[in-house]
Design a protein around this ligand. Structure first.
Ligand code: IPE
Ligand code: MG
Length: 250
């Protein structure tokens, strides 16, 4: 008898739920190279990258993952040419508006981490509105890192804590890891268990510096527009096979 066809429901049935990551974070890279390989303008790579975002959100939802965090745009990306940034902001805006019915149907909650300062007003408006509309959804939480930088986040947290010390709300002696945690953009979110990077680079690029302390890393050569369900499953299988000790012994 031929093997049962792989369906969305059984594709990862070999991975016990206790071994599944709660929170997957992805450094989405390689849109430009994907386009370049095909003789297309870089923006075509970004357009196709949005398809990978949709596909990955859908699959994480099906798999019952609690949170997916996507590094869409870093504070450093503003060094790019204005036309590319303009395209990215319009893409983001139209994605957030056009995806709303699917986001609501699939019970997806959208969150955003990053700095408001420097973001175009229209993109901010689309982000805020999608975050607001989806706030009550109880399925997959999708956190988009846009105009995000890990060091900027630490700076903002330090400012927040300093203000509270100045105002007498907390004592310096009471500042511990949980206080720092609570002042990050990611306050209240679980830490990433699995950090995926596409397009082969072996670096963190200022992403979630504090939060990924114990994340398992998985890097693929595949460019983000080609990242699909099979890639996601390979990453999860690799994660499930690892022995996480958090500095202790097994
Ligand atoms: C990643 O693809 C997407 C964004 C940062 C928006 P890149 O645009 O960095 O693609 P490469 O690295 O040039 O291939
Ligand atoms: Mg890149």
């Amino acid at each position: 008898m031929p093997a049962a066809p792989q369906t969305a429901a059984n594709r990862l049935s070999d991975v016990p739920s206790s071994k599944m990551p709660r929170h997957i974070a992805i450094i989405t890279d390689g849109n430009g190279r994907w386009a370049g390989q095909r003789g297309l303008p870089r923006v075509e790579g970004h357009r196709r990258g949005a398809t990978s975002v949709r596909r990955t959100i859908e699959e994480c939802g099906r798999l019952g993952i609690e949170q997916l965090t996507l590094y869409c745009l870093s504070t450093e990306n503003w060094k790019r040419p204005a036309e590319e940034l303009d395209f990215l902001m319009h893409l983001l805006q139209s994605y957030l508006v056009e995806e709303r019915p699917q986001i609501m149907d699939n019970n997806v909650q959208i969150r955003w981490i990053g700095r408001r300062q420097g973001m175009p007003a229209q993109a901010l408006q689309a982000l805020d509105e999608t975050v607001r509309l989806s706030a009550g959804n109880t399925g997959l939480r999708v956190c988009m890192a846009i105009n995000y930088g890990g060091r900027a986040e630490v700076v903002d947290a330090a400012r927040g804590i300093a203000r509270e010390v100045r105002d007498g709300k907390i004592d310096i002696a009471d500042i511990d890891e949980s206080v720092v945690d609570a002042h990050l953009y990611t306050a209240g979110m679980p830490e990433p268990d699995l950090l995926i990077r596409t397009a082969g680079e072996m670096r963190i690029s200022n992403f979630l510096l504090w939060q990924i302390s114990y994340a398992e890393l998985w890097v693929t050569e595949v460019y983000w527009p080609d990242f699909d369900e099979a890639q996601l499953h390979a990453a999860i299988r690799s994660f499930a096979a690892r022995d996480r000790r958090f500095g202790g012994l097994t």
